[in-house]
Design a protein around this ligand. Structure first.
Ligand code: BDR
Ligand code: CA
Length: 315
């Protein structure tokens, strides 16, 4: 089984990413690292613990990662995304306080040690800002050659951003960290180019509600909240985007997307802050390090997504 670590800022689609990873029998989810973004890091960690408990996956350790952007001289903590994910990050649904605490150990050391141990068998899926990954690479630069796969949700290449004209939310939180990661690590970029095509509607959440289980009802309520937010902010889409669980899907089965290989960088200048771009200066260099997902097998992914999650919520 593939070993996987998720690095996420547990809002609603991050919760779906956790569920997808827990549901896939090919995946051994060996840990979760908490990030900030949709919510503050402490709340994201609590949400991860609550979701794991709801899914009866209480053997997955949760570590608290870094609390704010590596550009902390510019800003300390950015506002959370309450209008999309709710004040509590999980669509205002009420889950019991988790019985477990987050792990006491250092999140970056946990990740670095896992890379040492599992090497090519380890997949990292960041679905929040890249602050933790950047800091881990600084602490252990060789990890970029050791790790088997990094598949992240972030950025956009062929479509505009979702928080500014040029920036996607995760990259916009810490473009400096993202730039370091994009320049150094081999990775697959699952950006808005493809995640805005994988949409969920109330038809699917009704299927979960019909299961009449705790998990089915909780996820249906949570995702209905997310769908409502999308109806306000992106009425043309007719559904909510499965950003983060699509990154997990692609990490497990890269054939869900077509990619183009580029050397990427991230703009940190104010005017185009957070834009992810193919570097023209390195176009002729061999072995570009980033695979940019540009086309998605949406129907096949959605079928897999529903099979995995409905099966899990039925338990
Ligand atoms: C990304 O930003 C967050 O709000 C979502 O969880 C996702 O990771 C989409 O731009
Ligand atoms: Ca996220």
């Amino acid at each position: 089984r593939k070993k996987m670590i998720l690095d996420l800022d547990t809002g609603i689609d991050d919760a779906l990413a956790i569920a997808y990873a827990v549901a896939d029998p090919e995946v051994d989810l060996i840990g979760i690292i908490g990030s900030y973004g949709n919510v503050y890091v402490e709340d994201g960690v609590q949400n991860s613990l609550k979701i794991l408990e709801l899914l009866q996956a209480t053997d997955v350790p949760v570590y608290q990662g870094l609390a704010h952007s590596s550009e902390s001289d510019h800003f300390d903590r950015m506002p959370i995304s309450a209008e999309i994910h709710g004040q509590n990050g999980i669509g205002e649904i009420d889950l019991p306080a988790p019985k477990r605490q987050p792990e006491k150990g250092d999140a970056l050391d946990f990740f670095i040690n896992a890379v040492e141990k599992y090497q090519q068998d380890l997949i990292l899926v960041p679905t929040g800002p890249l602050t933790n990954l950047d800091a881990a690479i600084k602490r252990s630069p060789k990890l970029v050659d050791q790790i088997g796969n990094i598949t992240l949700m972030g950025g956009a290449v062929t479509v505009p951003g979702n928080v500014t004209n040029v920036a996607e939310a995760n990259i916009n939180q810490d473009a400096t960290a993202a730039d370091h990661v994009f320049r150094q690590a081999p990775l697959t970029q699952v950006g808005l180019d493809v995640t805005l095509r994988t949409l969920l509607t109330r038809k699917e959440t009704q299927q979960w509600r019909d299961l009449k289980t705790k998990a089915g009802a909780a996820f249906a309520d949570m995702v209905d909240y997310y769908i409502k937010a999308y109806e306000v902010t992106s009425p043309d889409l007719h559904g909510c985007a499965l950003h983060d669980p699509f990154a997990v899907g692609v990490a497990i089965d890269p054939s869900f997307v077509d990619t183009i290989a580029l050397n990427m960088y991230v703009t940190t200048d104010k005017k185009y802050y957070g834009r992810t771009t193919g570097d023209p200066a390195r176009l002729s260099k061999p072995n570009p390090n980033v695979k940019v997902a540009v086309n998605a097998d949406v129907d096949r992914y959605l079928a897999s997504f529903m099979e995995h999650l409905t099966g899990l919520f039925a338990k």
